[in-house]
Design a protein around this ligand. Sequence first.
Ligand code: TXA
Ligand code: MG
Length: 332
Amino acid sequence: MLLDATLSPSVQAAAQALARGELLGLPTETVYGLAADADNDAAVARIFAAKGRPADHPLIVHVAGSDMVPHYAREVPVFAQALMDAFWPGPLTLILPRLPGRAAAAAGGQSSVGLRCPAHPAAQTVLAECLLLAPPIHGLAAPSANRFGRVSPTTAAHVQDEFGPQLLVLDGGPCQVGIESTIVDCTRGVPVLLRPGAISRDDIERACGQRPLSKDELPALTPRASGTLLAHYAPTAQVRLMDARQLQAGLDVLGKDAKRLAVYARTALATPSSQVLLRRMPQDAAGAARELFSALRDFDDAGVALIWVETPPDSPDWEGVRDRLARAAAAG
Ligand code: TXA
Ligand code: MG
């Protein structure tokens, strides 16, 4: 069922459903989440079952603000505090040492916990309402509201497509960021970038004075993270990345025979076949991120077999989009 996130009875109904241990489709500024009370292990188990996600893949816990961090984290390194101060509420998840006994199922057996304070007003209102419950709910475990391995949802309708009409979904409109949060592991003494997102490596360096390492610079220590599996975020159609010249050459070779093909490019291209679905990718990284998953879903809905995508620029602000597209391409 869809509920309008701007109406306070909807938000109260959502909080009460969470208090009963039910799941909620929750809008955030990045993507929609599938939320449950992070301290209710039975409710969290329902998330894993609904997603078809292995129970040892940890979930992010969403909190109303940094005041809630001590409920879940044992310790906050100085650089992590600086990142929180700079980017919360916002699309940044911090992996911190977990307080034993807290968010155990959500943490998927890790001794750490991923915490994020979302900026979306609907997420903020639900989290505030949850704190008013008796007993309060301190945080919401919420992975992206898609089945395991699929493209993350950026509208309430996408969430319903994934889980059917029975799921309660707060409709907060289309997500403004469009790709999942940047994840920084803060349990290694130095910041380690586990998943690139809208907050770039440069942003992180500016805020805490340390350039984050990549996870492959610490191979033996990297915890399991499904967002970091290659071949994740895949539409049904096969994705191929090419530069604009290769794209145009491919189109020219196929000529009038080109069909069941989508082309998603920043560069203006000429298609020899009216059956090719040609869509322009926004020129800026934020715009491209905002519509990326929606575009991939649209191509699937149109029934194409192949999606040819122009390789994004190599600059730091495009790292999140490059990462998601590389994974989508690796899946086929
Ligand atoms: O933008 C987002 O982060 C969205 C919205 C809903 O907030 N959530 C999201 O959740 O993308 P999910 O579960 O699809 O991805 C969370 C990633 C996973 O790759 C998970 O393994 C990793 O975060 N993660 C969570 N807790 C972790 C931990 N303690 N250690 C390492 N990785 C962790
Ligand atoms: Mg996900």
